[in-house]
Design a protein around this ligand. Sequence first.
Ligand code: ADP
Ligand code: MG
Length: 681
Amino acid sequence: MSNSNFLLSDISTIKGVGTKTRKYLQKKKIEKVKDLLWDLPYSFIDRSKITSLDKLEIGKVLTVRVDVLKYNFPRMRNLPNTVICGDDNKKIKIVFFNSYEGYIRKILPLNKSVIISGKINYYKSNYQITNPTYVKPIEHVDEIAKIFPKYSLTDGLLEKNYRKLIENVIKKIDDSFEWHDNSFLQNNNFKSLKTTLNNLHNPENNLDIFSNDFRRLAYDEILSNLLTLYSARKVIKIKKKRKKIFKNKLSDIVRKNFGFNLTKGQNKILAEIDKDLKSDSRMFRLLQGDVGSGKTILALIAAANVLEDGFQVAFMAPTEILAKQHYELALNLFNKTKINIDLLTSKIVSSDKNKIINNLSNGNINFLFGTHSLFQKKIKFLNLGFIIIDEQHKFGVKQRIKLAKKGGDNCDVLSMSATPIPRTMMLSFFGDMDISILNEKPKHRKEIVTLIKPENKLNEIIPLIEKQIKLNYQVFWVCPLIEESKKLNFSSAKKKFNDICKLFPNNVGLIHGNMSIEDRNKVLNLFINKKIKILVSTTIIEVGINFPDANIIIIEDANKFGLSQLHQLRGRVGRGRSISYCILIYKKNLTQNAKKRLKILRETNSGFIIAEEDLKIRGHGDLLGFQQSGIKNFKFADPVHHKDLFLSAENKLNTFNSSSLKKYEKLIKLYDRADIINQIK
Ligand code: ADP
Ligand code: MG
């Protein structure tokens, strides 16, 4: 079997992995041989160091040197055999489950000195080691490996066996198994794949993400990711589409109905979109624009030209409320035109739904708004020419490819996102797409004043709220929890709702994730129609919806949230004609780090700066914001600490042609991107 095939085969192909071990490994998400290798030990244990019995620490794996003092072999089933051992200072109990008396007498001969290694625990005021990993006569102390890699194993997996397994796998890899040129490896101080893996699995230090060995894996991971996106992009671009022809009459009406002039930034981006639409290769473009920068109107103007050319257009939003809001905006902007606009959500009764499905397939509906439901199998467009996806950051590359396919060869795709991605990561996440960045906000926009306040000064802001409500403005009040929790000392939406109702009777609504979508929508509609002025909620108000009259957002336990998330939440205000306020509340005892983060928010309103800062403050592997937004994290590569590797991999990609792709095929497969490549083909 070739090295590639071996590494990609099921773990049961390794000698010694039976159904039982296989099950345990699967619990650790280890299915293929390669998965064993990618699961690096996080630290190491030095078993050669002997600890005296008066220095034991509970929970640690330690090695002791003791004399065997006394056996206890109970005659009752289920009771473990135990052996009392001791050194000059103290005694310790060695406990054996499932070991026979004869065996125990052999490895622990009475009155002899032995070396025992295992995890120390404490039971009924005795230190003890249960089922020790190693028991050796002191003459054989060398046989206790000096240094032991430490893996996070699930129950049922024995460290000793697991180590053996990995050793055997690494042994089977040829030293020549490699995708990089020798010179490349040398220039970067990288070793062959086999040596790299061998080093990483036999560590003499705690896992170090700056070591050359670790960096090599990180680099490979970044490169394989870039290559995958590169291939996806090629497939999308290769087929020629029918160019869209612009008349600009309908789009002029839309612009006029909108009533504002576009900003310079908006015009620039619209030109980029138009160019794509008019070209003969398909558009696959991401429009990144900070919250409130005015992306929606751009999509609608572009849609007007495509509609005028006789195509259908689909506009997809992540929630029903947002879909409805976009739909209503379109009804206004396309008012008195021939364009037939409709809305498809899960709330629509099935007879109406069938009508919509019919009208789509016969071309009576030109412009359809909706949620994910737009892309069900039974929904067939007559001639879909343009798909717009709002707040698309929750989609991974696989979903994007699926979508592009659904549209067919003549269909252009524009997706929009307000989650700013730092520049270093742009290609790694969106290398399959072209990217437009909208940085500037509409000019008349009033500023958002961000205040940071301890909880005990909350009452100071009540007069501000009273005043703004009297002026007919509205307030968001965000809490991290739905209900009070005994474990977490965070504010809950339900309790806050009760408290605030007392202050502002009949003027407060509550929404949270445990309510049905219908109930949530009812409350949201009350808020949109300004029947209530204060909306208490969890973070579910995060995306997209436009409330021009909301000018205060209060976020409780703000330090609990990620920076980017706070910025998104803040973006719910500041869209109208007045100054807005974002009030970040914290309970006492902010950490240094938390203080720093909140300060960044107070000092800047730019999502891009915040995203960069967010990255800098976070530690390795701690890209919570990105995980939350569904963008898959890297296993090894770290956008902050391996910035140079990201850049170097991008440079490499620029030298690529289709034959180089072949050279790196193994790499792509081994790093889990193969399924994506298959989907593209
Ligand atoms: P986002 O980019 O966050 O999706 P929206 O498209 O919802 O932002 O726009 C936010 C608000 O800004 C909307 O009320 C929209 O009507 C308004 N807006 C967009 N472009 C302009 C402009 N050029 N001038 C004035 N207001 C604008
Ligand atoms: Mg939006």
